[in-house]
Design a protein around this ligand. Structure first.
Ligand code: ATP
Length: 495
């Protein structure tokens, strides 16, 4: 399912009498999320990302603009009609219900429009196919090996093994468990009885309304057309859906517990399972990892990526954590003040930020920003030349010979102990922290505009608290206009 937002605006009305101004939460937003992709809505607090997500969900109506799921205009559809699965940061599980019931909850009153099928004939046919041609021996073996102490068969374990192996409901597992496996004759008897029951049922259906059944046990009318019916899901159908999704998010062992008996990460998996059990068209995640500790956050975000890939469901993930979005999203949409600042693949946006906001928002440690100049075809910071043979691009800049601008350098854009004596930036190294193969230097400089200058260099470099001259990598340097903070592109002939 492709999601498209066209010219979306959302204004929260203020109260003039109380002097409360209108809030423009989202402004002229145009976004396209590709089918089957994981998209990250990313930005600082208050930038409008949750409002955007809630408009996609149908929990909030846009003031203007349209939202499409593929070709369908869903702008004014209520959440129940949209076919969405929504996960909040606080999980919102029902504390008094078991995990199983929490997941099953969205299905209990759900009416589905399906083709009428004879579940009785389907079950009997399944029974025959599992027993026929000596296949019952495999079931017998599975039951006999379901022991905890190598002696007595444990019924609960046997049922669980049957459910998992044959992907069947508990009631059907009980039927399998209760059969007499002592001789081939008794199994043949069961098979024959099932065949008889199938014939009886088919005759009953024919007699009642003249319908027949097709190979998959769907009712066919006199014109061989399937019959539609709107009905609730059966207990067995719900059971299979719940167990399937529990397996997908890897909480199948926790189904009987109450939410408070689970870890935060497990609770979030339950919330995701509950959102997925109705097989929604899109999955919407609102800061799903914020309540987890650092280690669990990383683990759970990888889980979300795996689940998303396995299901192929188009997913929108809201977060203020750029590292989180960069690590799992196919595409990111960086927002600020209700506006889209940039979109693209995380690595492309990182390598090619269109404005200072995006350059500063993406990257750990963050980009270092200095006040600098372009003059004599070179880039300077505080009269130190850091790059020469530079030509500015873009019609507003090509003919300029001098320009004050922001000079932003990524932490990994500095080179230590370079022999080049004509270029470089002198920095005072105040702190050094080693993290495995890299070391991060915390430095200072008069013209710096960011909080600290952070440089990441090789962990083996011999460096101490002192002043050094660093050269820079041209593809890690970005220039930005002092007025509108837009990127100023340049060519560098000496590359
Ligand atoms: P956070 O990460 O803090 O949740 P966000 O990026 O999700 O922030 P939104 O919650 O979408 O931001 O809010 C965008 C703007 O709209 C904010 O200025 C917020 O104060 C305002 N806003 C959100 N909901 C309402 C509301 N119901 N009434 C008035 N203003 C609102």
């Amino acid at each position: 399912m492709e999601i498209r937002l066209e010219n979306i605006n959302k204004i929260f009305k203020g109260d003039k009498k109380k002097g409360v101004e209108d809030t423009i939460a989202v402004s002229n937003l145009n976004i396209k999320i590709n089918n089957g992709e994981l998209a990250g809505l990313l930005g600082p607090s208050g930038c409008g990302k949750s409002t955007t997500l809630y408009m996609i969900a149908g929990l909030k109506e846009p003031t203007s603009g349209n939202i499409f799921f593929d070709k369908e205009d869903v702008t004014h559809l209520v959440p129940e009609k949209k076919g969405i699965g929504l996960v909040f940061q606080n999980y919102a599980l029902y504390p008094h219900m078991s995990v199983y019931k929490n997941i099953a909850f969205p299905l209990t009153n759900l009416k589905v429009l399906t083709f009428k099928q004879s579940l009785k004939v389907k079950t009997l046919s399944l029974l025959i196919s599992l027993l026929d041609n000596d296949k019952y021996l495999e079931i017998k073996e599975l039951i006999n090996s379901s022991t905890l102490d190598n002696k007595k068969i444990n019924k609960d374990l046997a049922l669980r093994n049957l459910i998992n192996k044959y992907h069947i409901s508990p009631s059907f597992a009980k039927t399998l468990f209760s059969l007499d496996y002592s001789s081939k004759e008794s199994i043949l008897e069961t098979i024959n009885k099932a065949k008889e029951d199938i014939n009886k049922e088919i005759a009953k259906i024919k007699e009642k309304n003249g319908y027949t059944l097709d190979n998959e046990f769907y009712y066919l009318d006199q014109d061989n057309k399937k019959i539609e019916e709107k009905r609730k899901l059966s207990k067995d159908e719900i059971d299979i859906l719940v167990r399937d999704v529990a397996k997908l998010v890897q909480i199948e062992e926790q189904l009987d517990k109450k939410p408070k008996e689970l870890s935060g990460g497990q609770q979030q998996r339950v919330a995701i399972a509950r959102a997925l059990v109705k097989k929604p068209r899109v999955l919407l995640l609102d800061e799903p990892l914020s309540n987890l500790d650092a280690r669990l956050r990383i683990k759970t975000r990888e889980e979300i990526r795996r689940i998303q890939k396995e299901t192929g469901i188009t997913t929108v993930f809201v977060t203020h954590d750029q590292e989180e979005a960069m690590s799992i999203c196919d595409d990111i949409f960086v927002m600020n003040n209700g506006k889209l600042m940039q979109e693209g693949k995380p690595i492309e946006v990182y390598k090619d930020p269109k404005n200072l906001f995006v350059a500063k928002f993406l990257g750990t440690p963050p980009i270092n920003v200095f006040k600098g100049e372009f003059k004599n075809n070179a880039i300077y910071v505080d009269n130190e030349k850091i790059l020469d043979n530079v030509k500015l691009c873009g019609e507003n800049y090509t003919n300029l010979t001098f320009l004050s601008c922001y000079v932003a350098i990524r932490p990994e854009g500095f080179v230590f102990e370079d022999k080049n004596e004509s270029l470089g930036l002198s920095l005072k190294v105040n702190e050094i922290s080693l993290s495995g193969k890299e070391q991060t230097l915390i430095c200072s400089h008069e013209q710096k505009l960011s909080e600290d200058i952070k440089i990441v260099i090789d962990g083996d470099a011999h460096i101490s608290i002192s002043e050094y001259r660093f050269t820079t990598k041209s593809n890690k340097i970005f220039l930005f206009d002092l007025n509108n903070e837009e990127r100023i592109y340049f060519e560098n002939a000496s590359k």
